[in-house]
Design a protein around this ligand. Structure first.
Ligand code: PA5
Length: 423
């Protein structure tokens, strides 16, 4: 279970003062009467998910592992970030597993698209195109290029190497997949993109990466109970939700997500989408930003310590590293580093975190929230999803906004389509 420590946040209000409001919102989530109530399928998904489809994901993942050097996942936003975040967190950054997972369909950069196509041209390839709407332009451009490549390379057999994850009945991608005879997986109607890593959107790529998806569902399921109580004393996700609102009332408009593990950087990107897209609307919300320390202590650290007091930090600590190392001794000690000989490098990382907390909190006057997860396992990923889902739903509803829509992202599309000459 995720632990929450608010002692370093120096909140000027008592979290418990919000219990009544939290009770009402929790009730509205349960009774499906809250704003955006069509999109709360994630709350019970760990019980409700389609078991037959789940088994099919595992079977397909095995086939893809056997017949592919590279698995290209083609999607953007919620149809990409969660899978990449989970795979990097759980497998690490240089996992030498087959197939290699490559992400595409998340950019209009011709340079990037061309580089991927060049990289995969002589390899055995399978493709997973993921789009709920089935019409997202970045994904559609990349997929047309991939489809033509696959047909050129494999002919008739291409259709046995292309997997489509989309709406169960609607949309261009669904129609195309049916016509071509691709294996398809369903994105549930009541789970929005940024909550969809726990559905086939995330689970197929994650399973292909060799990760145990049963463990993810178990963590998610346990999270339903652990973050399921309206009582603020018993629910760290809701305490976090309330603490954010208190800090915003105090004038902090930026939340800096801080972690100390390189393989968690995509978790920060996923979190930024989840929080920014859910909460940033109606002229309200906290801007989510992120750093990965200690590397960013050598860049943004200066601003956090000494700059304008617009931000609070939310640290995501991991108790147990994926791998630890012992720092070696050196007879000559020319670098004067022998004072650390025999020490664990993870211990050094943790001392850096402790020193930074003191510096930012005590000297810099920056409020710090601390979230601690036990490790970077598949189970912990599933559990963490429920923690953040519950937190963002509560904190956004406390702001009287709909956590589950994203009307703001349509504006650039309208302008772009006009410029592109789309009818
Ligand atoms: O959270 C969201 O809804 C968005 O980030 C979408 O996931 C993203 O725009 C991709 O949409 P689609 O899956 O329809 O291609």
């Amino acid at each position: 279970m995720i632990q929450l420590d608010l002692q370093h946040a120096h909140l000027k209000e008592d979290v418990k003062a919000y219990q009544e409001q939290v009770n009402q919102i929790d009730e509205s989530l349960r009774m499906k009467t809250c704003k955006g109530n069509d999109f709360i399928g994630w709350m019970t998904w760990a019980n409700d998910y389609d078991k037959e489809e789940f088994a099919r994901i595992k079977t397909c993942a095995q086939k893809i592992q056997n017949d592919s050097d590279v698995f290209v996942v083609c999607g953007i936003g919620g149809s990409y970030l969660g899978a990449r975040a989970a795979i990097e967190m759980i497998n690490g950054l240089y996992a030498q597993k087959k197939p290699e997972i490559i992400f595409m369909g998340n950019t209009f950069s011709s340079s990037y698209i061309a580089q991927v196509m060049d990289y995969i041209k002589d390899k055995e390839v399978s493709v997973n195109v993921i789009s709920k709407s089935g019409t997202t332009t970045e994904t559609s451009i990349a997929f047309r290029i991939l489809k033509q490549f696959m047909e050129g390379k494999y002919g008739e057999d291409a259709k046995h190497r292309i997997y489509a994850t989309t709406d169960k009945a609607r949309g261009t991608l669904k129609a195309l997949a049916d016509k071509e005879g691709y294996e398809t997986f369903v994105i549930p109607d009541d789970i929005g993109g940024r909550f969809s890593v726990i559905t086939p959107v995330g689970l197929l790529p994650i399973a292909v990466a060799g990760i145990n998806i049963d463990d993810i569902m178990k963590g998610l399921h346990d999270g339903m109970g652990e973050y399921g109580d309206a009582d603020l004393d018993k629910n760290p996700a809701y305490r976090y939700a309330v603490a954010r609102r208190i800090l915003q009332n105090e004038g902090y408009d930026v939340e800096l997500f801080v972690n100390y593990e390189m393989q968690m950087q995509m978790i920060a990107e996923w979190w930024k989408q989840l929080f920014g897209e859910s909460e940033g609307k109606d002229g309200k919300g906290i801007l989510p930003d992120s750093v990965c320390n200690s590397t960013d202590l050598h860049s943004l650290g200066q601003f956090v310590q000494d700059g304008k007091k617009i931000l609070f930090e939310t640290n995501l600590y991991v108790e147990k590293p994926m791998i630890d190392l012992t720092f070696p001794s050196d007879d000559e000690n020319l670098d004067n580093m022998n004072y650390l000989a025999g020490k664990s490098i993870d211990w050094v990382n943790k001392m850096a975190a402790k020193g930074t907390l003191q510096a930012h909190e005590e000297t810099g006057g920056v409020p710090n929230i601390i979230i601690t997860m036990p490790d970077m396992s598949a189970y912990s990923f599933g559990n963490m999803c429920m923690f953040y889902f519950k937190a963002i739903a509560m904190t956004t509803l406390m702001n009287d906004s709909n956590p589950f829509n994203q009307p703001g992202v349509e504006v650039y599309k309208k302008n772009m389509f006009k410029l592109l000459g789309k009818e």
